[in-house]
Write a protein that binds this ligand. Structure first.
Ligand SMILES: Cc1cc2nc3c(=O)[nH]c(=O)nc-3n(C[C@H](O)[C@H](O)[C@H](O)COP(=O)(O)OP(=O)(O)OC[C@H]3O[C@@H](n4cnc5c(N)ncnc54)[C@H](O)[C@@H]3O)c2cc1C
Length: 372
């Protein structure tokens, strides 16, 4: 096989592409991972130091078995890659009585036997003095949850991929691809590659690709804000956290490398042009985070120390897409991550590595990710 011929090409080295590259490379197949930038980069959806891992999923309980499995896969990856990137620091949700998110989370935790504790306002104050709880909100602490270190995950998975013989083609934009009688030809601005199979993991750029024009994908701006640690001594042990107040859901992370990070789970601004302005944020974006978080962190400054604009790629029902292109078992599409896919990546990659190389059926339990 010549140097530009591969068994599989993965188009897009964000969280989904890198995880599939690592998992598939274990089988000894020849794989290329192509990206227009060098990952992890700030222009897609996988940037910003940390991502949350949690299991009492309020979004949809069909995802809970996948999360239980993903938790085990994260631990296996840590063993294989001789590294730590899932912190078990827990996940504390503070909520008021009208939050339906908290109600769904409670219901699913109970039903699926997910370990956690209810806390009344006094217990919240005693156990977690980092949060000022003047309004006496109740809390729920999920135990097998916490933060994922994005930068280490990218570094270690890419190292594992290269060590297994995987080829990284970074700073190369895929301009065109076509199928001939034997294989696919993938053309970047620098090179022509040949392969037997393709996985498309292009994140928000999936919206622009002709292969899926009939699919309605919406891309939104999601801004992550970092704040410096507080002026008073801050107890070291701090869980990831969320404030579920009425319809609002603001979530955050204790300091890892750059201070406390806080973001709004429901960004509102739709992006038309993917080369969006990342240099600034709007007052609405900031206030939607600050107004809520300030109630619990009164020391929070009125300006962040830094921020990052990311993209959410939403399908209409906010379920991911994991499917073959119609009538072609050599092309897989994995995307539409809808702002919640990072925590699943070892699970999704493992699934892909099992059915895709041989063109087998997609497992029944993943069929709700099919192209609709
Ligand atoms: C602000 C924010 C917070 C989030 N928080 C969480 C969280 O706490 N927990 C969680 O589980 N999930 C979270 N998510 C969701 C998660 O981060 C995303 O679902 C995931 O990172 C999406 O990864 P991706 O690989 O689909 O996309 P991307 O990371 O954008 O990767 C797509 C890649 O394809 C490349 N590409 C596209 N077109 C081409 C081309 N023509 N040629 C070459 N390369 C190309 C791009 O350069 C890019 O690198 C969050 C998302 C955001 C935006």
């Amino acid at each position: 096989m010549s140097s530009n011929h591969f068994d599989i090409i993965i188009l897009g080295a964000g969280a989904l592409g890198v995880s599939c590259a690592y998992e598939l490379s274990k089988s000894g197949q020849k794989i290329a991972l192509i990206d227009q930038f060098t990952p992890p980069h700030s222009k897609g959806s996988s940037f910003g130091e940390t991502r949350l891992f949690r299991q009492a999923y309020f979004e949809d309980e069909r995802y809970i078995p996948f999360l239980k499995s993903a938790y085990q896969h994260w631990r296996s990856w840590e063993d294989e890659l001789k590294s730590s990137f899932l912190y078990d620091n827990g996940y504390l949700t503070l909520f008021n009585s009208s939050s339906d998110i908290a109600q769904k989370m409670h219901k699913n935790a109970k039903k699926w036997n997910i370990s956690g504790f209810n806390l009344d306002a006094k217990q919240v104050q005693e156990s977690f003095p980092q949060f000022q709880n003047d309004n006496n909100f109740s809390g729920y602490l999920e135990k097998n949850a916490g933060m994922l270190d994005v930068e280490i995950i990218f570094e270690k998975c890419l190292q594992g991929f290269s060590k297994a013989g995987g080829v990284c083609c970074f700073n190369e934009t895929v301009m065109d691809w076509k199928e001939d009688s034997e294989n696919f030809i993938v053309q970047t601005q620098k090179e022509k590659y040949h392969c037997g199979k393709i996985i498309f993991t292009p994140g928000a750029w999936l919206r622009e690709m002709p292969l899926l024009t009939e699919m309605k994908l919406t891309v939104k701006r999601g801004v992550q804000f970092w704040f410096p640690p507080p002026p008073v001594p801050f107890p070291k042990e701090m869980p990831c956290f969320a404030f579920a107040l009425d319809k609002n859901y603001v979530f955050g992370f204790p300091p890892l490398r750059s201070g406390i990070k806080i973001a709004n789970y429901h960004p509102s601004d739709t992006i038309e042009d993917l080369s969006l302005n990342r240099e600034t944020y709007t007052s609405e974006e900031f206030n939607s985070v600050h107004n809520i978080a300030h109630q619990f962190f009164p020391w929070l400054p009125s300006k962040p120390s830094s921020f990052h604009v990311c993209m959410y790629t939403l399908t209409q029902d906010e379920d991911f897409i994991l499917d073959y292109l119609p009538n072609n078992r050599n092309i897989l599409i994995l995307g539409g991550a809808s702002g919640h896919a990072f925590k699943f990546i070892p699970f999704l990659a493992k699934q892909v590595s099992v059915f895709f190389p041989s063109g087998n059926d997609i497992p029944q339990e993943l069929r709700f990710f099919s192209l609709r």
